[in-house]
Design a protein around this ligand. Structure first.
Ligand SMILES: Nc1ncnc2c1ncn2[C@@H]1O[C@H](COP(=O)(O)OP(=O)(O)O)[C@@H](O)[C@H]1O
Ligand SMILES: [Mg+2]
Length: 218
């Protein structure tokens, strides 16, 4: 089962937004998708509950402990995570997933939190990148700001424990499209292409990564 986890303990960085958009993307491609909401706040579960039947089906599960009860026919599992996740649960989910997407928002506090979290992640026993492929994305970026440039510079230069670069996939701009989509249980891929052209372009590198072997451990 293809398993993708969206992770960054910093609240509000866009985990649920990314998780729901990735889930919709794969379901629109005809895959049997399960979206696992591990956050007691239930954002992605709420999103699913307002998603109209005429759109591609996504199966939702709410996860309250470390056990993930995933329907057998699932082809793609997307795990949306909460801000606080105890080590044991985190390790369990990391073992399950092939790919990890880490969204980071452009603010000094978020950049420092990302640094700390990556240190923790990299300190896990065994070089984590042999078992799970990690990619970062900048999210909710206001382009042409100094802090956006700083975030880009930071994300572009992160090194994995093995000395290789941690892939930095893309910058997603701050756009009302994400908010409009989310309040209707939709993804930006289900809004008119003319309105979301720029956002789709920004998503393309991340989707290419998810569809390629680069996001799957060798
Ligand atoms: N690229 C974006 N542009 C505009 N708003 C965004 C974007 N990404 C996320 N948001 C909004 O920011 C808020 C936090 O995002 P969310 O996905 O819930 O973060 P998390 O799950 O990490 O707490 C939500 O209101 C969401 O709609
Ligand atoms: Mg969330």
């Amino acid at each position: 089962m293809r398993t993708i986890i969206v992770l960054n303990p910093k609240g509000g960085c866009g985990k649920s937004t990314i998780a729901t958009n990735v889930a919709a993307y794969f379901s629109m491609k005809g895959k049997k998708v399960t979206l696992a909401d591990c956050d007691p706040q239930g954002s992605s579960h709420d999103w699913l509950s307002i998603r109209a039947d005429k759109y591609s089906a996504i199966n939702g599960i709410v996860v309250e402990n470390e056990r993930l009860k995933v329907p057998r026919n699932t082809e793609v599992l997307i795990i949306d995570t909460p801000a606080a996740l105890e080590d044991k649960r985190l390790r369990k989910y990391l073992r399950k997933a092939q790919s990890l997407i880490m969204p980071v928002v452009a603010s000094p506090i978020d950049i420092r939190a990302a640094e700390r979290f990556l240190d923790e992640l990299f300190s896990f026993k065994g070089s984590i990148n042999n078992k799970i492929k990690i990619a970062t994305i900048a999210n909710r970026v206001r382009e042409d700001t100094l802090i956006a440039a700083k975030l880009e510079h930071y994300l572009y230069n992160i090194k994995l424990p093995n000395g290789k670069k941690l892939p930095f996939m893309t910058m997603l701009r701050s756009s009302q499209n994400y908010i409009n989509a989310s309040e209707r249980g939709l993804s930006i891929f289900e809004l008119p292409p003319s309105k979301t052209y720029y956002d789709r372009e920004q998503w393309a590198p991340l989707l290419r990564w998810l569809n390629s072997k680069r996001s799957i451990p060798g």
